[in-house]
Design a protein around this ligand. Structure first.
Ligand SMILES: [Zn+2]
Length: 181
């Protein structure tokens, strides 16, 4: 019975498209581009000294690639409004990548409910994907988190996170893209 309903579903989903049009339909249905940023994982590459190969672009190139909101956060260290982003309440399994360059930055396995309205993680995807800098803006001393490959601003890391690390990576949705497993 279950098989039959799956079969019927398959038929009804596919009925409108002619076989020759399927490819084109699929391409059009891809989540498009409120931004032109990278939508899929771009794995890291390393030079002969085993250093991560960086991505460098001019301001104009970033402006062309990114939406105004993503540019403001990634390249000008802006912060999106709490609960305004698309990913704080995402519970799917997958990988969070840099919206600027596609480097994997966080896994859904380390995402937790921080109650802040920003996607929150207790550890980065690995030890080399994130760069941390001291940020003394707004009269506070905080630790800024950047993508180690393109330098895109992601958010901040705080010491009030859950076990096992006790860290809270508080990240802007617009700095990330989510790739489901
Ligand atoms: Zn990046």
């Amino acid at each position: 019975m279950k098989l039959i309903s799956i079969f019927l579903m398959f038929l009804s989903c596919n009925a409108p498209a002619l076989p020759s049009e399927k490819g084109a339909t699929a391409a059009i249905d891809q989540p498009s581009a409120s931004t032109m940023a990278t939508d899929s994982i771009v794995p890291p590459t390393y030079d002969a000294d085993n250093h991560l190969v960086k991505v460098t672009k001019t301001k104009a190139e970033w402006k062309k690639q990114l939406s105004p909101d993503a540019y403001s956060v990634l390249r000008e260290e802006g912060t999106e409004r709490a609960y305004a982003g698309k990913l704080w309440d995402n519970h799917q399994k997958g990988t969070y990548i840099c919206a600027g360059c596609g480097l994997p930055l966080f896994s859904s396995d380390t995402k937790f409910e921080s109650g802040t309205g920003w996607p929150s993680f207790y550890q980065p995807f690995n030890e080399t994907c994130i760069t941390e800098n001291t940020d003394e803006s707004y009269g506070m001393t905080r630790t800024e988190v950047e993508c180690a490959r393109c330098g895109g601003h992601q958010g901040h890391v705080f010491n009030d996170g859950p076990k096992p690390t006790g860290l809270r990576y508080c990240i802007n949705s617009v700095s990330l893209k989510f790739v489901a497993n």
